[in-house]
Write a protein that binds this ligand. Structure first.
Ligand code: GAP
Length: 445
């Protein structure tokens, strides 16, 4: 994980938030390449969830909802983790994670194991951030930052059913920030206090729920492997009854082998009729489907839920590689070309050659209309290649003497380092085509 954190910092993917003030626990800011990569992940998810389907529509609900939403959903009463404080070192720990936590005293031990440890009894700590709405403080103005995007979808069920003229099975997809006051955050982007969720609630006739649950587990698994995540590092794990959330009758996690061990990348849950029933009871608005022939039922919900941050971390971990080439160490991010922040670099071999610069800039202007590409004429060509390798750029087009003579360029492949020559006029079509080709990680033996 240290290598991933260091590369992310060095190449401007991710910075600790408000760093000049010492940061703020487990909150991160994304720099240029991080933003480009997040945008790619978000669009690929949206493409597969909404654009390529007839049965899912998009929604963008507010972050701050009427607080009664969170009472009805069960979050006010139950979205808690058991917390213990140490009266000696003043640190706080999740009571159910003591075996994985470190006491503040040295030599480091588990909380409670050091002679000076003085732990309180466990108490339930609500993970929702509270805020005030309006100028007056007090009971009536209390509100919460949403801890999941899902509830914004459930409370809009009736709107979408009517206005988008859908009938089950159909889904509503939403992407947006969620907030959790995690007790033991950490492990970089894996557990943050502010993260960007991508959730889709799929409303189905009750007797089809099991079948759709398996459908979505498989579909989401395939989405990752199609984007080149190594199958050796991805697995499905069913929750047993004791692990499942209060609303879930079945949950399968897609787990990735992060440096911290196998951990949840995405969860797929069968939420049954829990949420629509709760909001019907609490709001008095019936959230049900009524068919043209009068049949009525409360749909069951299948939910694939993930954060962009955990996906981005999985791709960084999966892609990170080091090798020695021509006696020099090379660090390379082997990312799927569709995930990579920059698709191609355009490099004049000699940065001081006006002719090469002019041909390279011409190609750059042509390609940037369609793709995120980068022009670089600073420093030795080897160093420029290495900079692109570190941010995962799959292709580099180099303009050299031969380009000036016969209008061809070399294209260098990030993974194989193979080089081939192409007519400069054909580069645009070649790149369009290359980005569509299936890609498999060379790290998967
Ligand atoms: N609506 C269901 C729900 O929110 P969850 O398992 O609590 O379920 C869903 O969260 C997904 O959101 C997780 O699988 C993970 O990808 C992401 N996630 C949850 N907490 C996170 C955190 N603190 N930091 C980053 N991502 C998080």
């Amino acid at each position: 994980m240290d290598k991933i954190v260091s590369l992310s910092r060095r190449r401007g993917f991710v910075f600790p938030s408000s760093e000049i003030y010492g940061g703020i626990g487990s909150t991160y800011d994304y720099g240029h390449y991080g933003v480009l990569m997040k945008n790619n992940i978000r669009s690929l998810w949206f493409e597969s969830m909404v654009r390529e389907r007839d049965d899912i529509v998009a929604l963008d609900s507010a972050i701050i909802l009427n607080p009664r939403v969170w009472e009805a959903s069960g979050h006010v009463a139950g979205f808690t983790d058991p917390l213990v404080d140490c009266r000696t070192c003043k640190l706080r720990f999740r009571a159910d994670h003591l075996a994985d936590s470190e006491c503040g005293r040295r030599p480091s031990k588990r909380p409670g194991e050091h002679t000076e440890c003085d732990l309180t009894e466990a108490r339930q700590f609500n993970l929702m951030f509270q805020t005030q709405v309006g100028a007056l403080e007090g009971e009536g103005s209390l509100a919460y930052l949403r801890p999941e995007t899902a509830q914004g979808i459930f409370v809009n069920f009736k709107n979408v059913l009517q206005l988008a003229r859908r009938k089950p099975p159909f889904g509503i997809a939403q992407v947006g920030k969620s907030f959790r006051n995690e007790i033991t955050p950490g492990n970089f982007l894996f557990r943050m206090r502010e993260f960007e969720q991508m959730e889709m609630e799929f409303f189905v006739p009750p007797d089809e729920a099991d079948q759709w649950f398996h459908y979505w587990v498989d579909a989401r698994y395939r989405w990752y492997t199609d984007l080149g995540l190594r199958e050796s590092h991805l697995r499905k794990r069913e929750h047993d009854e004791s692990e499942r959330s209060h609303y879930s009758s079945a949950t399968t996690d897609l787990e990735y082998l992060y440096p911290i061990g196998w951990s949840e990348l995405e969860g797929v849950a069968n939420r049954g009729e829990y949420d629509l029933t709760q909001h019907t009871q609490s709001s008095g608005t019936k959230l049900e489907y009524v068919g043209p022939d009068g049949e009525r039922y409360t749909p069951h919900v299948i939910e694939p839920a993930v954060s962009i941050d955990r996906i981005l971390l999985a791709f960084l971990v999966d892609g990170y590689d080091e090798e020695v080439v021509a006696e020099r160490q090379r660090t390379v991010l082997r990312l799927h070309p569709l995930v990579a922040p920059v698709k191609a670099a355009i490099l004049p071999l000699i940065g001081k050659s006006d002719e090469m610069v002019s041909r390279a800039r011409g190609l750059y202007e042509e390609l940037r209309k369609r793709h995120a590409v980068e022009y670089d004429d600073g420093g030795a060509i080897g160093r420029r290649y290495r900079r692109q390798d570190e941010i995962g750029t799959p292709f580099a087009f180099t303009i050299d003497e031969q380009t000036l003579e016969e209008s061809t360029v070399t294209v260098r492949d990030r993974d194989s380092l193979a080089q081939e020559r192409l007519p400069i006029d054909g580069v645009r079509a070649w790149l369009d085509d290359a980005l569509e080709r299936p890609w498999k990680s060379p790290k998967e033996s």
